[in-house]
Ligand binder design. Structure first.
Ligand SMILES: [Cu+2]
Length: 124
């Protein structure tokens, strides 16, 4: 009986691990984008991903929320202008392609996380 309980618990842990894996979102890393250049990614799973520009951290940050509650469109755009991601918070339905476009004269990039999550302990 104890052994069967252990098997049940083990199964529950494995299912939890699978669920956790499914909702994690990909790591976005775009090399520096020059004026007029763009980067696109199609989000297939629901969840949230925070990102930032390593060149203009900590001010230039954004967030994508993928939710089936959002009206579905094929493509949505984030403009890089005035050293900001516009819009900063974008909600899209699953299977939406998000296109980031640099509309400024200097470079921007995109890295998953937030300025304090790059592992070096400071926000830059
Ligand atoms: Cu930037």
């Amino acid at each position: 009986m104890l052994y069967r309980s252990f098997l049940f618990l083990q199964d529950a842990v494995i299912q939890l691990l699978i669920l956790t894996t499914v909702i994690s979102l990909p790591v976005l890393i775009a090399a520096p984008l020059h004026r007029g250049e763009s980067f696109s990614y199609t989000f297939t799973e629901e969840g949230t991903v925070e990102y930032y520009c390593t060149i203009h951290t900590p001010d230039m940050q954004g967030k994508i929320t993928v939710s089936s509650n959002v009206v579905s469109v094929d493509q949505d755009t984030v403009s890089m202008e005035n050293d900001q991601f516009v819009p900063e918070n974008l909600e899209v339905a699953p299977n939406t392609t998000v296109v980031w476009i640099n509309n400024q004269d200097h470079n921007h990039d995109i890295e998953t996380g937030n300025p304090s999550s790059d592992g070096d302990g400071d926000p830059y």
